[in-house]
Write a protein that binds this ligand. Structure first.
Ligand code: DC
Length: 443
């Protein structure tokens, strides 16, 4: 789960984000420290207003975060500990300036998303809820009056740089805050703004503890609320009836649901049986889409049922152009689509080599891939049998999601090859995990 906390400086973002992470046992990422660390490096290299040189720095920029024995975060640029070096006034302003550059944002957003794939985390910054993690489960936007923010900044300086604090008036601090706000809010790319679905908290008259408490409560509420969008009524009815059917007759077990993420994805699964599409659909906690041969839609009851379950008719297979367009459209609307990248049903439990369709689709729509392994469906309804056996044991295992960012810097051919390899490997490792006893969470 990701909690995105955004807002201007002096609203208590870092203190609050740290506190929330500590209370919930989440990781904490201060993305401003990343912009600051880069600004420090740019200053070292004397590349302040040279975009070309900044590009070169970014190509080899090595940023690392380590946690000290006392639990404090330390920031490193090429093994130099920059933790306190990046908190000066000079670096504050330079970070704000360089963060307006497209090349800088692209590179840092990529690093942030990589950190975000690991686990439960609180990210604080300016564009966490709007750009970096638009699907974050909880988004918070903090504000405070300029006076309060200047006062907080002054107290922070007094603690960290007493000499500097003594040489500055409150008006100077306020005008520096206003200059940074102006930079951050008016830049063309990813300006600081509240995401539509973010909770706004004015921290002017609240203590850090009170703000932390509100956020922890908001998080508890989401956990209690359904995590996913409500299903259409007709979908929900068929979904639950089919689910009861599989639970009763095939003792359906579902693993790895915490890996299931919001947003567009191809649910890529092994394929051995006609049962695979309904089993996967009703194992997913939200509405998903799948393709079905158009002849199935002509069978009276079945045709109606699969239509309600968001299936889309295909003439031959998923490789024809109109099907491809249809799939890209669905993905671009943020939907999830079940796909069987082997292209046909395997006659054994072994995965067949994956076809290119999956990698084309991922390349075109930049969506993520949710690998899935279904076990037992082949025994329940083998190829060549007219009807299924009426009892059995089916399991559906969701693996951790494969993100588009892994491939975005590769040439088309390499990217497509890598997408196929990664997916194949992921499905195989789910199979192995299951066959070795299904201990803990699936990979
Ligand atoms: O939060 P901070 O003051 O440490 O951030 C330093 C600068 O970095 C800030 O002026 C704007 C920029 N920044 C950004 O553009 N996007 C982020 N996600 C975080 C910080």
């Amino acid at each position: 789960m990701i909690i995105a906390i955004d807002g201007p400086s002096g609203t208590g973002k870092s203190t609050v984000a740290k506190g929330v992470a500590k209370k919930l046992g989440f990781l904490f990422f201060d993305t401003g420290a990343m912009y600051r660390s880069l600004a420090w490096k740019i200053m070292q290299e004397g590349a302040v207003s040279d975009e070309k040189a900044i590009g070169k720095i970014l190509d080899v920029f090595q940023f690392d975060i380590q946690t000290s024995a006392e639990g404090e975060k330390r920031y490193f640029v090429e093994n130099v500990d920059v933790t306190s070096k990046i908190r000066t006034q000079e670096i504050s302003l330079l970070a704000s300036q360089v963060s307006t550059l497209a090349i800088v944002r692209k590179a840092l957003v990529k690093i942030q998303r990589r950190f975000g794939h690991r686990a439960n985390a609180v990210f604080e910054g300016r564009d966490m809820g709007t750009v970096v993690f638009p699907d974050a489960e909880l988004k918070i936007f903090l504000t405070a009056s300029p006076d309060v923010r200047a006062e907080r900044r002054y107290r922070e300086l007094l603690l960290k740089f007493p000499d500097l604090a003594a040489s500055l008036s409150k008006e100077q601090i306020l005008s520096e805050i206003e200059e940074r706000d102006h930079n951050d809010q008016t830049r063309a790319i990813s300006p600081l703004k509240q995401a539509k679905d973010a909770i706004l908290i004015d921290t002017s008259n609240l203590t850090a503890e009170e703000v932390i408490d509100r956020i922890v409560k908001a998080k508890a509420k989401i956990r209690r609320r359904k995590q996913y969008d409500p299903m259409k009524l007709s979908y929900a009815i068929v979904y639950h009836v089919v689910r009861v059917f599989f639970k009763l007759f095939y003792r359906l077990r579902i693993y790895g649901l915490p890996h299931f993420k919001k947003g567009a994805a191809i649910i890529a699964a092994n394929h051995t049986s006609f049962f695979d599409p309904p089993v996967i659909s009703i194992s997913c906690p939200e509405e998903v889409h799948f393709l079905a041969r158009d002849s199935l839609f002509r069978i009276p009851l079945l045709g109606r049922l699969i239509r309600i379950l968001n299936s889309h008719p295909v003439a031959r297979d998923a490789s024809d152009a109109s099907t491809f367009r249809q799939l890209v459209n669905l993905l671009q609307q943020g939907e999830k689509v079940i796909l069987f990248p082997e292209g046909k049903r395997s006659e054994t439990e072994e995965l067949l080599p994956l076809e290119k369709g999956l990698s084309f689709l991922v390349y075109k729509s930049h969506c993520s891939i949710q690998p899935v392994y279904v076990s037992g469906a082949r025994d329940a309804w083998k190829r060549g049998r007219k009807l299924p056996r009426l009892f059995g044991k089916i399991s559906c295992i969701f693996g951790s999601s494969i993100e588009w960012e892994e491939f975005e810097d590769l040439e088309k051919r390499d990217a497509m090859e890598k997408i196929t390899q990664r997916t194949e490997l992921a499905i195989r490792s789910l199979k192995r995990w299951f066959e070795e006893g299904a201990q803990g969470e699936p990979p």
